[in-house]
Design a protein around this ligand. Structure first.
Ligand code: FMN
Length: 400
């Protein structure tokens, strides 16, 4: 991809290629977007320590998460409606992740189904679960994920009710898109996108459509989906899932130390410090602001992963320095997908990896395991925390 140097460039290109309703769905945050902005500004405020004359000729980004070898400390985050940024988006992104030696996480609210991604990639992936009112359906989803050889379940717990994104309301964001005149004109000016979606394996929520009786019609499907988020969800449901799911359990969407401790007590093999990319509780802290406290509290007992605002290799280094073992990326790869399909996702991964490698060199680090508080200004005191967080040996688990 020519003239693409950064994730920001991919975002600019995606904005041109993806219909406005879907680009803004991915780009925005909830309500006044304070938390969305804080995720970026708090990361950028962390200054790295420039070090010189350290031999950095043997650098490696490789690491191990949940017993799985990763080429870099990166995981593709679950993204609902990923396949609306580009036709077959989930399959293309999973292929790019596989080629790069990184895990891909399929959302419950994906466009391509579990089975389509399994068939389209032929490799194991992680599956993200929303526990909905219909617990039987959640159980059936887990069974389908087990059948597809997913060995890791990412249970997202920060979406019992939906935060509102104002731009979605204004754009009439629905799946498939609401046919308002302005949407039709917009789609007509995005022929490559329209072609990719018209030729895609699925146009609607692939994991749900055809699996819930009477939900073949688009309108009834959309209503069913909205009604299924469950404000009654509780830690008891986590216990139930822990007992049911045979593979690794990752609990995603924790910002609070007490919640993180509970998740560990209930047997989480890893947690993701996350505020859903600033899409849920507006006004809460940035993920990076909470990471050191959470890593300090539970980093010795579980693997701590991080997401929220990662757009550069320097951001990945900042998160690892503050106690994360690896970072999930959401928008960074979604922009790549919208900009150029599988090649765009591969480009996003390549950009982040090269930036991380240069950042390691210029901070005097050769290995991911050597990144700790010393690489950031005033971070020496954090050294102990980061070391503790990384001291735990990864727990290998048999595939489900
Ligand atoms: C368009 C979009 C859709 C998302 N859908 C889901 C989802 O279905 N399940 C989930 O657990 N998280 C979802 N997330 C949150 C991401 O998994 C991740 O936490 C977030 O994107 C990280 O922030 P970043 O985009 O700044 O990297 C979504 C995020 C975006 C941007």
């Amino acid at each position: 991809m020519k003239n693409i140097a950064s994730i920001d460039d991919l975002r600019t290109l995606a904005r041109r290629r993806v219909p406005r309703a879907f680009f803004e769905y991915a780009d925005s945050g909830s309500y006044s977007e304070q938390t969305l902005r804080a995720n970026r500004t708090d990361l950028e405020a962390i200054k790295l320590r420039q070090r010189v004359l350290v031999d950095v000729s043997e650098r490696s980004l490789a690491t191990t998460i949940l017993g799985q070898k990763l080429a870099a400390p990166l995981i593709l985050a679950p993204i609902g409606l990923c396949g609306m940024q580009h036709g077959d988006g989930e399959i293309l992104a999973a292929r790019a992740a596989n080629a790069a030696g990184l895990p891909f996480t399929l959302s419950t609210m994906s466009i391509c189904s579990i089975e389509q991604v399994a068939e389209g990639t032929g490799q194991p992936f992680w599956f993200q679960l929303y526990v909905i009112r219909d617990r039987g359906f959640s159980k059936a989803l887990m069974e389908r994920a087990i059948a597809a050889k997913c060995n890791t379940l990412v249970l997202t717990v920060d979406l019992q009710v939906l935060g509102q994104r104002h731009r979605d309301v204004k754009n009439g964001m629905t799946v498939p898109p609401e046919f308002r005149i302005k949407n039709v004109i917009d789609i007509a000016t995005k022929p490559a996108w329209a072609w990719s979606v018209l030729n895609a394996k699925s146009w609607t929520f692939g994991n749900i459509s055809g699996h819930v009786p009477g939900m073949e019609n688009v309108n009834s499907l959309a209503k069913w989906t909205n009604d299924q988020f469950d404000p009654g969800l509780s830690w008891k449901d986590v216990e139930w899932i822990k007992n049911y799911w045979p593979g690794n359990l990752v609990i995603k969407g924790l910002l609070d130390v007490e919640d993180a401790k509970t998740a560990v007590k209930l047997g989480a093999d890893a947690i993701v410090v996350s505020n859903h990319g600033g899409r849920q509780l507006d006004g809460t802290s940035s993920s990076i602001a909470m990471l050191p406290r959470v890593a300090d509290a539970v980093g010795n007992d579980t693997e701590v992963l991080f997401d929220g605002g990662i757009r550069t290799g320097a951001d990945i280094m900042r998160a690892i320095a503050l106690g994360a073992r690896a970072c999930l990326i959401g928008r960074s790869y979604i922009y790549g997908l919208g900009a150029g399909g599988q090649a765009g996702v591969a480009k996003a991964i390549d950009i982040l990896e090269k930036e991380l490698s240069v950042t390691m060199a210029l901070t005097g680090v050769n290995k991911i395991a050597d990144i700790d508080g010393r690489v950031i200004e005033g971070g020496a005191a954090k050294k102990k925390v980061a070391k503790v967080a990384k001291a735990k040996a990864p727990k290998p688990k048999a595939s489900a």
